[in-house]
Ligand binder design. Structure first.
Ligand code: SF4
Length: 357
């Protein structure tokens, strides 16, 4: 769904721009060097917008120091105290995440809106299943998709009532079907950019699967302008997961994409080893390319032909394809399963790949 574009720092969120990858630091924001170091690592991994928690004035006052050390826009996450939000924006936050219902009354909200409008800083609002008010829970009989959307629309209404419209919205639930339903519903009611996420998704494995299902389904339906995969643990995992979700949904490309079959009794090589060697050897390639590594003649030629470059293993050999054509038959040294066999195939394949990419 085409949303209106909203600027945050040097980024555009919405309006058909590439879906922005976000994460959130888990350092103490008051510790400037630790927070900046984590943000730099996140940015290096592919994070494009980072959020930091601002629980007190010391954290708000750490923002200028952090910003000097990082190169991506910073969002301040503030609750319960409008003064912290105002200070965060005065100190250079590029985006604000607040809950207009708990930030200190309408006068406090007015002050926040005024400084955000003056500095061109967008506000992300939203509801999630764990933060709904008693009235809404009662009206909808629980944290349903409709309840979450009604709460988000209330937040939007509060900001619009103060003449503010640089808004980004999220409607997260820890329940994947509810998250899906809520965003689907919201996308029909607003054209503000949508920040996708499954809240409290869990640890790296289960959280990635939950996020992939929820965020992925929405992305495939054309919904979503920025994503955050919430995982308990190292936020770097969030970036890896976000990139894979966007890649799988066909929404972004990030350098080399390896397509490899799971291998079975027909495979003519130790495919796990061959694919790992190719992936490692192609790690420096920055271009957006697909490389297929396939075990036999059943699906191998088809996948290898469809990739930018690919190898389909045969008996003691590999057929190399580039741009849909067979360009060479290469032979491995030794016998399949000997480390030298897959190593020699990978070596030669990568040499050819370099020439064709
Ligand atoms: Fe098995 Fe061949 Fe399919 Fe790979 S391509 S999974 S080796 S049948």
């Amino acid at each position: 769904m085409l949303t209106r574009p909203i600027r945050a720092g040097g980024l555009t969120i919405g309006g058909g721009s590439p879906v922005v990858i976000q994460s959130m630091t888990n350092t103490d924001t008051r510790d400037i060097s630790a927070t900046a170091a984590q943000i730099r690592a996140l940015a290096e991994a592919g994070c494009e917008l980072v959020r930091v928690a601002v629980p007190d004035m010391e954290a708000a006052d750490a923002i200028p120091g952090i910003k000097k050390l990082i190169g991506i826009p910073l969002a301040a996450d503030v609750h319960f105290n409008h003064r912290l939000a105002v200070r965060a924006v005065e100190n250079g936050a590029d985006k604000l995440r607040i809950n207009p219902g708990n930030i200190g009354g309408i006068d406090g909200l007015r002050r926040i809106v005024s400084i955000c409008a003056e500095r061109g800083v967008p506000i992300r609002v939203g509801a999630n299943s764990g933060s709904l008010g008693k009235n809404i829970l009662k009206k909808f009989g629980g944290a349903t998709a409709e309840a979450i959307v009604a709460s988000a629309l209330e937040h939007i209404g509060l900001l619009e009532g103060l003449g503010f419209d640089k808004i980004i919205v999220a409607v997260k639930s820890s329940n994947v079907p509810v998250t899906f339903e809520a965003y689907t519903l919201l996308s029909k009611k607003t054209d503000y950019p949508l920040h996708l996420g499954v809240t409290e998704a869990g640890g790296a494995y289960s959280g990635t699967v939950k996020s992939a299902v929820g965020i992925g389904a929405l992305l495939l339906n054309g919904i979503g302008d920025t994503i955050r995969v919430s995982l308990t643990g190292d936020p770097l995992e969030e970036i890896r997961a976000a990139k894979e979700i966007l890649r799988a949904a066909g929404r972004r490309r990030f350098g080399v994409e390896i397509i490899s079959c799971p291998a079975c009794g027909r495979s003519h090589a130790d495919l796990a080893r061959l694919a790992a060697l190719v992936e490692k050897g192609a790690g420096h390639i920055k271009k957006d390319v697909t490389i297929a590594v396939m075990g036999c003649e059943v699906n191998g030629p088809g996948e290898a032909r469809g990739a930018d470059i690919g190898i389909a293993c045969g008996k003691g050999c590999g057929l190399v394809f580039a741009n849909g054509e067979i360009i060479k038959k290469i032979t491995g040294r030794g016998t399949p399963g000997d480390p030298s066999y897959e190593e020699s195939l990978a070596e030669e394949f990568l040499r050819i790949a370099e020439d064709h990419i």
